[in-house]
Design a protein around this ligand. Structure first.
Ligand SMILES: [Cu+2]
Length: 508
């Protein structure tokens, strides 16, 4: 189901089963114990701290990118949160699996929503098939360790502790079992929202997005199962920087949805373990940012900084339909490590605000909404089984070409006269097809003649591509647009990587 639909269904189901009102209660709310509120210093001095009222409530938890409905309560309650720790293999990128450690079976973990003054009874269950003990440190807890010591849980056990949510705000929670960095790097973090007593201003849609950095033994997009690389993590050299634990978790069919005229709120966390996020939505301006997840908001913000172990909420109004790209504006992370998601807005054009000519490809490369990366997985699986065919290589190569080469050489391989030489029907390629993987890996600089036209420019090396990717792109190029055909293997690509061609480019 689409997130929006699921959200609505969930909200209805909750309202029905718990008898909750879907609307927010606006009235100011005197403390039920008759205590006079202290002066408005904010924080834990301001709130609704009477004893819990009514029957205990089971908290509604949601998987990303969904957010539980507003508590809709005007009084503090006892809220029971039951969270399971699950260790499981999931895709971190197309055709790449990783053993994640999760809160609730997802990365980030389930979203928890309570109200300031609530008494939260927390049940942490570590599944019997887990290999590690785990615990939880919630930044919204006042007390040593944020719950860590109280919640230490061996596989097959359950722990329980209780805390009072004294401060409103959007808080990160994470595992704090040694080695802490490793537990966080494996995906053990999530968000808990403590609503202020009066609730948050209503919006049309709310989404849950959380950034994390990941350290795999293999290269970016290297296929197969990848282990955790402790040394890369210590050096803070992530292989992946991701939103919601998987490259493409919110692109294509899984893009976040909105309609023009709607107000959207994002709850964005950063689990780290290492990087600070420069969170930005390409093509939008945040009307409000509750920076650092706190009580005050800033207005008219382009990019907001989200520290590791921190969060922010942001509201914006959708005016113009199209794709909006969520990125970490430390931009190599977006286009070369995966920190990219799409918010797709539907609605009537607003030529008075934006003239149009929308080209997703300019920004998205192979992440263009709707482009399937499936052929890449198919080829990877066949390569592993030793059954890789030329056709599978061509199909996979086409996908990677679209994201890597087509910006310059064009999707049709025709290039741009005088600037980017054609790959279509290229006499340069024909003269020595084996050079294609070398050119990809080492670039090309200096004068070349292609189909009678002179070029004297600089193609940057693309050594970040894996040998499989180079083999597949080369095979695709050789078998397209009237080129001579042939096949480049992974071993050919490895040999090309080791070569030192005379006119290699140092890049720009
Ligand atoms: Cu853990």
């Amino acid at each position: 189901m689409k997130p929006a639909v699921r959200y609505a269904t969930l909200a209805l189901a909750v309202a029905a089963t718990l008898g909750l009102s879907a609307c927010r209660i606006e009235q100011p709310n005197p403390a039920p114990n008759g205590a006079v509120q202290k002066e408005d210093t904010g924080g834990s001095a301001k709130g609704d701290f009477g004893p819990p009222v009514g029957e205990p409530i089971q908290a509604v938890l949601t998987s990303p990118p969904l957010v539980p409905p507003a508590t809709g309560r005007s009084q503090p309650a006892k809220v029971i949160v039951s969270l399971d720790v699950v260790e499981k293999d999931m895709e971190i990128s197309e055709g790449v699996s990783y053993t994640f450690w999760t809160f609730g079976g997802t990365v980030p973990g389930s979203f928890i929503r309570v109200r300031q003054g609530d008494t939260v009874e927390f049940h942490l269950r570590n599944m019997p098939d887990s290999k590690m003990p785990h615990n939880i440190d919630l930044h919204g807890v006042t007390g040593p360790g944020g719950g860590a010591a109280a919640s230490f849980t061996a596989p097959g056990h359950v722990s329980r502790f209780t805390f009072k949510a004294l401060n409103a705000g959007l808080y990160v929670y994470h595992c704090a079992t040694a080695p802490v960095g490793m537990h966080i790097a494996n995906g053990m973090y999530g968000l808990i929202l403590v609503e202020p007593p009066e609730g948050l201003p209503p919006v049309d849609r709310e989404y849950y997005v959380m950034q994390g950095d990941f350290y795999t033994t293999g290269k970016y997009r290297e296929k197969g199962h990848q282990g955790f690389d402790m040394n890369k993590a210590i050096d803070e050299h992530p292989t992946y920087v991701l939103f919601n634990g998987m490259e493409g978790s919110m692109t294509g069919d899984k893009a976040l949805k909105a309609k023009t005229g709607e107000k959207v709120r994002l709850y964005v966390g950063n689990g780290g373990p290492n990087l600070v996020s420069s969170f930005h939505v390409i093509g939008e301006i945040f009307d409000k940012v509750w920076y650092e997840g706190g009580t005050k908001f800033q207005e008219n913000v382009q990019t907001t900084l989200i520290p590791a172990g921190g969060a922010a909420m942001m509201d914006f109004h959708m005016e113009v339909p199209g794709s909006y790209v969520l990125v970490d504006h430390s931009i190599f992370r977006a286009f070369n490590k995966g920190a990219l998601a799409i918010l797709q807005a539907e609605g009537k054009e607003r030529k008075d605000i934006y003239s149009g000519k929308e080209v997703d490809a300019v920004y998205l490369g192979d992440q263009v909404a709707g482009t399937s990366r499936a052929p890449v997985s198919v080829a990877a699986a066949s390569a592993k089984a030793g059954t890789l065919t030329k056709e599978e290589q061509i199909a996979a190569g086409k996908v990677v070409f679209a994201g890597t080469c087509s910006t310059c050489h064009g999707a049709d391989g025709k290039g741009m006269e005088g600037v980017f030489p054609p790959l279509a029907n290229s006499d340069y390629i024909k003269a020595n097809p084996k050079r294609v993987p070398e050119i990809i890996l080492h670039g090309l600089v200096g004068p070349v003649k292609v189909n009678g036209k002179d070029y004297n420019s600089n193609m940057p090396p693309m050594s970040q591509l894996t040998d499989d990717e180079v083999a597949n792109i080369s095979t695709y190029v050789l078998n397209s647009w009237g080129n001579p055909g042939g096949q480049i293997s992974k071993a050919d690509a490895a040999a090309a990587r080791a070569a030192k061609p005379a006119n290699a480019s140092e890049g720009h």
